[in-house]
Design a protein around this ligand. Sequence first.
Ligand code: FAD
Ligand code: PHB
Length: 390
Amino acid sequence: MRTQVGIVGAGPAGLMLSHLLARLGIDSIIVENRSRAYVEARIRAGVIENWAADLLAETGVGARMQREGLVHEGIEIGLHGERRRIDFKRLTGRGIMVYGQHEVVKDLIAARLAAGGKIEFEISDTTVHDFDGKQPKIRFKKNGQVQEFSCDFIAGCDGFHGICRPSVPAGVITEYERVYPFGWLGILSESPPPSHELIYSYTERGFGLYSMRSETISRLYLQCAPDEDLAKWPDEKIWQELKRRLGPDGEKILKTGKVLEKGVTAMRSFVIEPMQTGRLFLTGDAAHIVPPTGAKGMNLAIADVLFFSRALDEFYRSGKTALLEGYTKKCLARVWKAQRFSWWMTSMLHLNPADNAFDRRRQFAELDYVTTSEAASKSLAENYVGLPID
Ligand code: FAD
Ligand code: PHB
């Protein structure tokens, strides 16, 4: 077996890369250790930046998103229960698309398979080899048998816990990291969201986020301990806390419903430099993680693979390697801005156990400022809808 680009991981990064490459006439194979059903049901991100929604639509995988996705023109910020709106449309001329990551994954898998794309699901023991030369190899087990293919490039799109980043020789990568002393307890529920837009709520009880997947399905989060024990959170207690963190009208406007999914996510900021070595290129969560408060993770994954696909296009058309060599620099310019924004949103909205009464009042002043100053709310808005991409 041989291909031009061997891709490890069928998340948003790996699937979108394979899709973009196919449109450029570049062949790829994806290997994924989970089943198709598993990756299509994995509930993750919900917010797609403006340019990324356009890219999905322009490249032929956005039809269902345009039908079923929700276009939002702003968000609400709660300050001790008082909600203030940030109007993205007025401030930036743009909005965001609320559409589940697993729906994007479903659309991309369907498009790749319909176009004859190769995705090997349910493989194990993936290893990557010889990326310091011109003929890298990917080895894995399928149905108990070892298989191998060679390629010109390997794309490490295997997420934060994947094998590609740890395969880079010692000393090449520098890691930059911050771990936060809190996490999110998230539920997906069969209930209408409390507002038609997302609510990011700062309260003395901790942060709450009220998002959605449709007009009848809510995605709700509570700040919790990073290692919170879910067993201590029966549904009744989760609903009660969600209502309290919404504000005085929480009881009235938050409708409850069947809890379809429940989980705890720890939070970290993480970046590696460089994102490449030889002919191994890392993309998305394999190279960087943001805390979810800025809704940037999936969008960064899509930006990385867009830049990588352009670099590969240049290489296969002309033999030039300038864009490949500049891949890390190009990605990190965007990644660090998203890191800054995600860190800022996270620090502004969560109660940090290390903070004191001074910090609480400073946080409140910042939220008050950001929701009343045109300049400050415009800065939040332009980052949230997504910085321009070139
Ligand atoms: P992943 O989605 O992790 O995909 C990696 C793939 O590689 C997986 O399918 C995995 O099974 C596979 N894999 C791993 N190891 C191997 C191996 N050894 N061999 C083969 N395959 C392997 N981002 C946003 O943009 N907006 C949001 O609103 C948002 N909200 C979030 C909320 C939560 C609670 C969480 C947890 C994340 C959120 N994110 C959000 C982040 C977003 O989900 C991730 O950034 C995104 O999934 C990254 O995509 P990826 O393709 O790089 O990695
Ligand atoms: C979500 O809908 O899952 C979501 C929305 C906004 C965020 C994080 C997650 O900042």
